[in-house]
Design a protein around this ligand. Sequence first.
Ligand SMILES: [Fe+2]
Ligand SMILES: [Fe+2]
Length: 274
Amino acid sequence: MTELVVRRLLIDLSQPVDRHWCNGDPFLTAWFNALSMSFPVGEQFFIDAVRNGFKALPEAEQAAFMTEIKGFIGQEATHRRIHALFNAQIEKHGLVNEWEPRARERLRLLDGTDPRHGLAITAANEHFTALFAEWLLSHPTLLDDCEPRLRALWHWHSAEEAEHKCTAFDLYQHLGGSEAWRTRWMRRVTLIFLTDTLRQTANNLKRDGTLWQWRTWRSAGRNLLGRHGLLRCTFRPWRAYFKPDFHPNQQSSDLSSNWLNENAQLYVKVEGAA
Ligand SMILES: [Fe+2]
Ligand SMILES: [Fe+2]
């Protein structure tokens, strides 16, 4: 079991955020904003999925998972809250979150289904976020020119995602979740997540009036498909998820744990949280 610490990040999100807060780059800003828009509903879903999975465990086996699940829920609840504050700031720029209602509608289809479905979906998303975390932390210049509080927000969230990347996966396996459904959900989640992210990013750029600017597309090409781009760098570790003996621990999260160790002044630990 992993010991998961709940941390309260010491940043103030009551102050406005610049329109192009991410290095003055409209594409990166719109992309990060789109991701942030998905977090409140997505992370609530992960919390519910893990909670339902925990309840489905035989009582005698619950104790072994209890502490880790509490930590997972505490971390995701903190992310959800802080991103809701961030989202309230970016909505003042005229952006509209069209992802959230679409996601809510879709997630309703899972009501009353076997809890392992929710866990497989959560495990797939957690794999994404862990890959994103290591990519972001291995390219720190991406957030070099951001305000320190926003840099801290994204690095902290990334680092904690890597820290709890095994929780949903382990619970799914412990509940006897099949390999076939694990990989099937990864395929579906990949398609849905990429489509939704690109759709909301385009929507943000359109409302920002920067969708048809050359610099936007140049940045998209470089940051997604370039030599150091997100999609290019994460393709192989993403594909590893389909191996029958895959476990999230097989992939390094050193950058994330280093960040948490080196930036302890940016947060306080929340005792007894969940
Ligand atoms: Fe999170
Ligand atoms: Fe997570």
